[in-house]
Structure formats: structure tokens, C-alpha cells
Design a protein around this ligand. Sequence first.
Ligand SMILES: Cc1ncc(COP(=O)(O)O)c(C=O)c1O
Length: 379
Amino acid sequence: MDDHRDPAPARHRFALPPEVYLAGNSLGLQPLAARAAIAARLDEWSSLAVEGWWDAGWLDAADALRAPLARVVGARPDDVAVMNTLTVNLHLLLAALYRPTPERYRIAIDEDAFPSDSHAVASHVAWHGLDPRDAVVRDPGAIDETTAVVLLAGVSYLTGAAADIAAVTAAAHAAGALAVIDLAHAAGNLPLELDAWDVDAAAWCTYKYLNGGPGAPGAIYVHERHHGAPRLAGWWGVDAADRFRMEPDFVAGPGAAGFALSTPPVLALAPLAASLAVFDEVGMPALRERSVRLTGHLADRLASVAGCEVLTPPEPERRGCQLSVRVPGARDLAGRLRAEHGVICDFREPDVLRFAPVPLITTYDECDRAAAALAALLR
Ligand SMILES: Cc1ncc(COP(=O)(O)O)c(C=O)c1O
């Protein structure tokens, strides 16, 4: 396959740095429409001031993104809410769903879980008066009658391996546990079917594959059966129609939006809206098909580079578009790839380079240049 036969469908819609950019798994590129989208919000603010909440639809700025995000993760819009950031949302979901009892109190988490997820679960069990050394099990396969929650990464940040979310969810349910999924590296990368897989809850950031911008708002999924769960509440979780009644008693609004706490960040939502429009135009199925071809192409090239080892599973169904390479001197190599060859990937401790050919944007030629640059540096 090549760029002539399989062009990147949305390359012209993003601001491209001069380098070969393979770090969209860390920070997605800027949608070209983002600048105008933010400028429009700034204009509304300057001309309407507080009336912007009503006259410019700011009240609806987060809710308007529920449907396009739901399409990305395979959910009903009712089960999705845009709010806060990922670690905050993991805490809120655990507060609602992790209800330890003397018999069932353990949380199972990936061995290579992202540190923030480890911190979140350890602090939750400790906050409940439990010992993390006993109550946190670093193996999402170790599910038994003591397991309350499985916190699973949809795609490993380190190896790029995709989890079998449906299978882990089914195993959790069979043991009487709940499945909560961290989709940071999965949302916008792999086609997801959260509803069909019967996942209990999920959280993700939008600054990676979803191109929402640095520190962009995060999102949650909450299965319908948990919409009434007890929660840490704030006024933005009250039904929009009742919010300004200013009642002291909290009555949760419908759906996942009832888990929101605070006023949405209207300016910060604007680039995300611009990016999600691109996802709707291309569609996850087409994006995934190109991703399989493009990632396979880069995987073949990297496999022929002497002196490194691709950690990511070779089977397309066990990975998204991130390829992780174990190589001695990885930190130094990442710097040299950029400085000497104009290739931006990223480094993760202890010895891993991550290359993400993002199917919306990356070209085959860029994959070839990145692999050739790595080979040249290792020669
Ligand atoms: C898998 C995973 N979980 C959690 C986080 C933390 O996200 P945030 O800083 O938005 O809370 C990240 C950030 O990169 C991540 O990759």
C-alpha cells in the first residue's frame, strides 16, 4: 500500500508540524478549525458577556458533544458525558461504583497501568480504610468473589496492546464484579462498542487521538443500570431544566450527564467540537480500516530494523495504531530522532519508544522515513 492508493483522509484538516509527527497517541494535532472555533467563543464572550450562556448556547456546550463522542465509543448519547479530566473522572466513577464490603473489596488493575490509575485506585481503597497492598491486585485476569471492580486499560499506554474489553467485562460480571475501562489510548484509536460489551463505566481524555488540545476536557460513559448510583454531586448534575431553580437538595439529572459537577469549560470545548466533526466525516470503520493497513506497514518496517524489538502484538485485532519499540538508549534515541531526522515519537521509561501512525493524518512515506531514521541511528 502507498499514499497514492491509500491517502490520509483528514491530513488537510490539521496543523502539521514540520517534523514527521508520530506522537498523536500523546497529543493529537490541532484541527485547523480549532482557531476559528475558539475565536467565535471569544467574540461571543466579548459581545454578549453573561448572556452568552443563553444567547450563544454555552449552557449546552458540553452536552452538544455527547452524541459525536458516543458515536466514537459505541454508546448511546445518554450514557456519555463530557466533563473534567481523566483522573478526576476515574475518581468520580470509583466514588459511585466502588462500594467495598468486607467480602468484596478488591480492585484488579493492569500490571502496567498508567501511574495515575494506580494512584487513583490505591487512594480509593485507602480512603475506605483498606490496605492497597491487599485490596489492589495488579492483574485484571485475577478476578474472584473478592473483586469489586476491574479497572482495565482499553489499550496499554506502554505496549500499545489492546485488551479484550468484552471478555474482561464478561469475566468481571460472571464473578459479580464491575468493569470500568480507561479508554485514554483507545478512544478515537479503535472502534469501541461499550454498550454491546455491557461495560459498566469508562473514562477517557480527549487530547490524544481525539485531538481536543492540551488538557482538553475528558469524558465518561456510565451504563444505564448505574445512572441512579450514589455519587459525589454538583449542580451541573442537576437536570438543565431545574438547575437554576437553585434548590438545596440534589436531584440527579438523567443519564451520565447527572454525574457532572461543574460549569463546562466553554473555550476548551471548542477545539474538541472541531475535531469530532472530522471523526463524524471519516467515521470509525473507515478510520480503523486504514489504521490496520498503515500500522501494519510501519510494523513491517520496524520489524526489519536491527537492534530493537517491537513490543506491540503483531495481530491487528490486538492493537490499535501505536507501536512500541524496546530499544537500548531509547531516551537518547527519541531526542536524536527529532534533532537529526525530524521524526517526533516519544519515550517511556525504561526503554520504550512509541510510534503512532494516526490514520486520519499520517502518511506511508512518513512511516518509511521514521523507520529508516531509527535504522540509521541504530546502525
Ligand atoms: C492511560 C492513561 N490514564 C490516565 C492518564 C491521566 O490523564 P489525565 O492527566 O488527563 O488525568 C493518562 C494520561 O496520559 C493515560 O495515558
